[in-house]
Ligand binder design. Structure first.
Ligand code: ATP
Ligand code: MG
Length: 563
């Protein structure tokens, strides 16, 4: 293990201790094919932590001869739903991975698992226990004290078989009995103290319906499903390291068709983020967010709705690598990968989030001219588009200050700025409403500065984005910040750590007609504002855009109130 650790820590991107083990196994001809699997329990939507496991398992299948199975570990019908099965498949595909024919369900193995369980009883290696859940828990012992044997542990094979069959036949109430392997109640590893293999549960299963009144535990179903599928490398997160002896015990005792080996890697943890399905389920259930695909959620569905491209998630996973020691990754790293991809791919547009009207007094009334704007500064093939320029415009409210501090170079009374692709304008007069709020700026423009430069060589320090007042279209814009304001939110009391400013809705924004008229799902850069994705709630006359991410990292400042 020490050598594995050393390898992990010196690994280059795309090479890690698991891939090293695989390379070595192939070289030694231990295997000719590598078979991995991604084994979600369909009890929630996938999150970015799962993406790490998906990229690892499916990535290995792409790099080496072999394949990766998608297997639903559907052993708990109470929490599992078809909606989750469907969303998981959609999300894995969206991330860019394909299981082909290799779709499996642990529930497909229920008959086989049951048969093997009877086999354990016949060999005297398992028993039916009549103790309640509480009694079993109380007798399990602690890390420092051994457990106590159940009074039912020495039942005869015949009695055990009879009771187990009657459990299966539905004769007993939920919780009345369980079936346990006879391992070692004094084991230093609590997982080996006769863990529950089967429990009585009169529940309808999404796939097997009412056929079963008993269900196998995850620990029992998981390893045997791997063995049935011929998994060579059973990759899971570190918390299952202590379960490995149990999995190996089953593999050793049962007539399984193959012997998978389990390797554990570190879970992905992110700052400002909780990646526990329990917490995510509560966020949805208690309406702290609008649903599993709320753009503030760390779910794949949320990230997609927010406009995060799948390539940015893959790049992020590649950069963080796979190691054997748990750590917390700065969410800024994910944001960096999102910006990096979108900066390359997103067409540029102009939008005014909080409009302030500008009237250019020396611009002829009724005149409109077309200004050419480039679609991507680094990609001439992206072409140009035309934007109407006229006497009445909108600029960003934040780009004007009546009493500017010294370093404010944008618009203020008497100051001159450049309007992107258009002209220099100078602010002549500030119009206020009865409440004293600035509602309009009266400006002049210099016709000689068309295109953005002054023939006399005079400079301006700011270039503002703008839109023509008559042609700009209304839009709703949803600005997102971190869902939690605590860098390490407390999973046990997460409500207290929710960021009250995680969502800001701007209902009176304006966008270029070219944005409104495009049905493209592509994320766009709204110049100087960030990257924005059309939300599926949009209607023809009310487009809605989600801010995927700002251009720079301003969050730390906003939280501390210094922004
Ligand atoms: P939770 O602990 O929140 O309930 P889970 O791990 O039980 O989530 P599963 O559906 O069992 O959810 O996960 C499927 C696979 O994804 C497992 O192999 C699991 O180890 C892996 N996985 C889950 N969360 C992470 C994470 N944060 N980082 C890496 N892999 C993860
Ligand atoms: Mg799990």
């Amino acid at each position: 293990m020490a050598s594995e650790l050393a390898v992990a820590e010196t690994a280059e991107a795309g090479r890690d201790f698991i891939r090293d083990i695989i390379h070595a196994g192939l070289a030694a001809k231990t295997y000719t094919e590598i078979v991995t699997r991604f084994p979600p329990e369909p009890n929630g939507y996938l999150h970015i932590g799962h993406a790490k496991s998906i990229a690892l398992n499916f990535g290995i299948a792409q790099e080496f001869p072999g394949h990766c199975n998608l297997r639903f570990d559907d052993t708990n019908p109470i929490k599992e739903e078809q909606e989750y099965i469907d969303s998981i498949q959609a999300d894995v595909r969206w991330l860019g991975y394909d299981w082909g024919e290799n779709l499996f369900y642990a529930s497909d193995n229920f008959d086989q698992l049951y048969e093997w369980a009877e086999g354990l009883i016949r060999k005297g290696l398992a028993y039916v226990d009549d103790q309640s859940q509480e009694e079993i828990r109380a007798a399990r012992g602690t890390l420092t004290e051994p457990g106590r044997n159940s009074p039912h542990r020495e039942r005869s094979v015949e009695e055990n078989l009879d009771l187990f069959r009657r459990m299966k036949a539905g004769e007993f109430a939920n919780g009345a009995r369980v079936m346990r392997p006879k391992i070692d109640m004094a084991s230093a590893n609590i997982n080996m103290r006769d863990p529950v293999l089967y429990r009585i549960l009169h529940a309808t299963h999404p796939r097997t319906g009412d056929k079963w009144s008993i269900y196998p535990s995850y620990d029992y179903a998981h390893g045997q499903s791997d063995a049935i599928e011929g998994i060579t490398h059973s990759l899971c997160t570190l918390e299952f390291e202590d379960h490995r002896p149990l999995y190996d015990w089953f593999i050793d005792k049962l007539p399984v068709p193959s012997h998978p080996r389990q390797y554990e890697f570190a879970r992905l943890n992110l700052t400002y983020t909780l990646l526990s399905k329990r917490v995510l389920t509560l966020l949805v259930r208690d309406r702290h967010v609008s649903g599993w695909d709320d753009p503030r959620m760390p779910t794949i569905a949320g990230l997609r709705r927010r406009g995060v491209p799948p390539g940015a998630i893959r790049e992020f996973i590649k950069r963080i690598g796979v190691a054997k020691a748990n750590s917390v990754v700065d969410v800024g790293m994910l944001e960096f990968c999102i910006r990096e991809e979108l900066n390359r791919t997103a067409p540029r547009r102009m939008a005014v989030l909080r409009p302030l009207k500008v009237v250019i007094e020396n611009y002829p009334e009724g005149q409109i001219e077309e200004i050419e704007a480039i679609n991507h500064p680094d990609d001439p093939s992206a072409g140009t588009r035309r934007i109407a320029f006229g006497r009445e415009l909108f600029i960003e409210r934040d780009d004007f200050m009546e009493n500017p501090p010294k370093k404010f170079f944008r618009l203020s009374p008497g100051a001159e700025v450049r309007l992107r692709y258009a002209y220099f304008i100078r602010c002549r007069e500030v119009i206020k409403n009865a409440a004293g709020e600035v509602v309009e700026l009266r400006c002049s423009y210099d016709p000689a500065t068309r295109g953005g430069n002054a023939p006399d060589g005079r400079k301006v320090k700011a270039t503002l984005h703008w839109l023509p007042a008559a042609q700009a279209r209304p839009a709703e814009i949803r600005l997102y910040n971190q869902l939690f304001s605590n860098p390490s939110p407390d999973a046990a009391n997460f409500v207290a750590d929710l960021n009250p400013r995680s969502l800001e809705i701007l209902r009176d924004a304006r966008i270029e007609p070219a944005i409104a008229d495009s049905n493209s799902a592509a994320v766009m850069q709204f110049e100087r504002q960030g990257y924005f994705a059309r939300d599926p709630d949009s209607t023809a006359d009310r487009p809605i855009f989600n801010r995927t991410i700002g251009l720079r990292d301003t969050f730390a400042k906003e939280v501390s109130g210094k922004g």
